[in-house]
Design a protein around this ligand. Sequence first.
Ligand code: SD4
Length: 336
Amino acid sequence: MQRRKFIELGSLGFMAFSFSSFQKKTTAIQPIVLSTWDAGINANKAAWEVLRNGGKSIDAVEKGVMVTELERNCCVGLSAYPDRDGFVTLDASIMDENFNCGAVACLQRIKHPISVARRVMEKTPHVLLVGEGAQQFALSEGFALEEPILSDDATKAYKNWLKKSEYKPIINIEHNQSTILPPQKLENNQWNHDTIGMIALDSHGNLSGSCTTSGMAFKMHGRVGDSPIIGAGLFVDNEVGAATSTGQGEDIIRIAGSHTVVEFMRHGIHPQLACKKVVERAVKAKGIEKAKEIQIGFIAINKKGEYGGYALQKGFNYAVCTADNFNKLINSKYVL
Ligand code: SD4
């Protein structure tokens, strides 16, 4: 009797084991990476290399935006548009699945601000280092001091701007080209931008995000936008989802934009609707007339790998990369 019971229990246990391993197989997590604007296509490719090999999302989001930081004809990284005093000052942030985060702001002459942000996260007890202190830290970590390498476009646009030196920082709004600052087209005729935000879910089910920017062209020296501010330009809660933003940083900071997107997702709201609700909140905070003069965009993923984006105005797009749908550019829906 005893022996029979043992065998029965044993086979039940085996069935239970094989069912759970079957379940694991069928519910394998599909990695996904999303990033803002058309420069996200190239960035996603690098991130995807990490994700498709079972790598971690935190490595993917760093490697991904590093590509954009080096692109010569892109307004992210050292060849970006300078501030009104002629300095290229860079902001970046990164966040992993354990609420670890790091950021730098107003960093000069360093090629990869995102990697410095990651070192802040991993090697210091702090979250944000700025200006000279951020640069000193980068040098102590072995980063090289680079000469500024303003692209020809950036130099031309800056010289043009200097003629009037009108202090009116306007963020790119594509459907009204007279307000685009600065107007720059890529060879493939797509508009280019001064920020990339990237969020990813890896095959282990972990979320991470990164954001890197030169901020607004011809900004006041020392001005910092949303991108290096955790909760504004980037937020990740591994139980819920991840979000990042682009556009007029001040209006994103005011409503703690990316954190708010994640909070909406926490209540079961789909990522796209969560982004829309936060854009609407920004409009309410600013007033509709003033909101017409700016652009804001959010992208988000939840824990299930559902994703979406939403903007204030027409013209925002984002790149999405999954195994089934390799790197497509999606034109975002918009509120106005
Ligand atoms: C900033 N959010 O510094 C950035 C700028 C940006 O597309 O996203 N531009 O305010």
